[in-house]
Design a binder for this molecule. Structure first.
Ligand code: MEV
Length: 315
């Protein structure tokens, strides 16, 4: 069997994080500037499958990995889907350029690259929906109560309008727009922040339901703008979404500072993206001001800036 190599991009949430867990809509895009890679190759002369993930110093045989290992679960679920009880010995090597615990979908992308590599190596045809479903099971192990937006946008690798528990809808982009994605350099566990929001919601359901509804209104308005054109109008909506996330206590002083610096340097709007309390922010920018805004953010302490353009979709 020849080696099989697979890839999955990162992701960014444009609108609706956290509210997405409570069945409100979210808009998300793939971010191809960062990615996870997996290679499945034959392990000649061995009987066991070996997993190597040098980024996390892991090198272990599949059978020795515990049930709560996300990498092992991704492989086991794929083997189950293939109906293969005793797979040929493989070497599975996983690497990723997606910063971890940073709101860019690292865990879902790693699972999806791995699922694709194993399925490809074994000749199992898995479509994007099935791959997303398997990755969602791994996300649940890691994140407790995820909405499923990360595995969906990464598996389908296109801009999406997403509501938990429903098939996603393609997001039609009428005019391209440019984003800067800036890393606060602070790692933050999405599971923890999602758990904190849940406790706060349980304590004051009325207030949190109202916040989720207000975010849903912004997400609907943003979808209309993206699908009709004139995307500069997204800027103020991003600012409002950030303010609502602050009220939910999922921002942080560092994210707030970087968001205001982006705006002062010429961004049309900016907000945290993903779980929050750290990780990345996104800023809508005039493409010609990218270098100025990125350098203001780096000077202010951002660890890395990526520029990405959301291109027009043609379907
Ligand atoms: C994480 O990328 C987005 C959150 O809304 C969690 C989720 O939707 O599962 C914070």
């Amino acid at each position: 069997m020849p080696a099989f190599s697979a890839y999955a991009p990162g992701k960014s949430i444009l609108f609706g994080e956290h509210a997405a867990v409570y069945a409100r809509p979210a808009l998300a895009i793939p971010v191809t500037q960062v990615s996870a890679h997996a290679i499945a190759s034959p392990r000649i002369g061995a009987t066991q499958t070996l997993l190597s993930a040098p980024d996390i110093d892991l090198e272990e045989e599949l059978d020795r990995l515990p049930d709560d290992s996300p990498l092992a679960l991704a492989v086991r679920l794929t083997l189950n889907a293939a109906g293969i009880a005793r797979p040929p010995a493989m070497h599975l090597r996983i690497t990723s350029t997606i910063p971890r615990a940073a709101g860019l979908g690292s865990s879902a992308a790693v699972s999806i690259a791995l699922i694709r590599a194993v399925a490809g190596f074994l000749g199992l045809p898995l479509n994007a929906a099935r791959i997303s479903e398997l990755a969602y099971a791994v996300e649940k192990l890691q994140h407790g109560n995820p909405s499923g937006v990360d595995n969906t946008v990464i598996a389908f690798a296109r801009p999406i309008y997403f509501i938990k528990g429903q098939p996603f809808q393609p997001l039609h982009v009428a005019e391209p727009f440019t984003l800067l994605i800036a890393d606060s350099g602070i790692q933050s566990s999405t599971a923890l922040v999602v758990g904190d929001v849940r406790s706060a919601w349980q304590q004051d359901p009325e207030r949190f339901e109202a916040l989720f509804d207000a975010i849903a209104d912004l997400t609907h308005a943003a979808r209309q703008i993206i699908e009709q054109g004139n995307p500069d109008r997204l800027g103020p909506l991003m600012d409002e979404n950030h303010a609502l996330l602050q009220k939910m206590t999922v921002s942080s002083p560092e994210l707030d500072r970087l968001v205001s610096i982006a705006r002062q340097a010429g961004a049309l709007g900016a907000k945290l993206s993903g779980g929050g309390r750290g990780g990345n922010l996104i800023a809508l920018i005039p493409a010609e001001r990218a270098a100025t805004i990125a350098s203001a953010l780096i000077q202010a302490g951002a660890h890395r800036c990526l520029m990405t353009t959301v291109e027009v979709t043609h379907d």
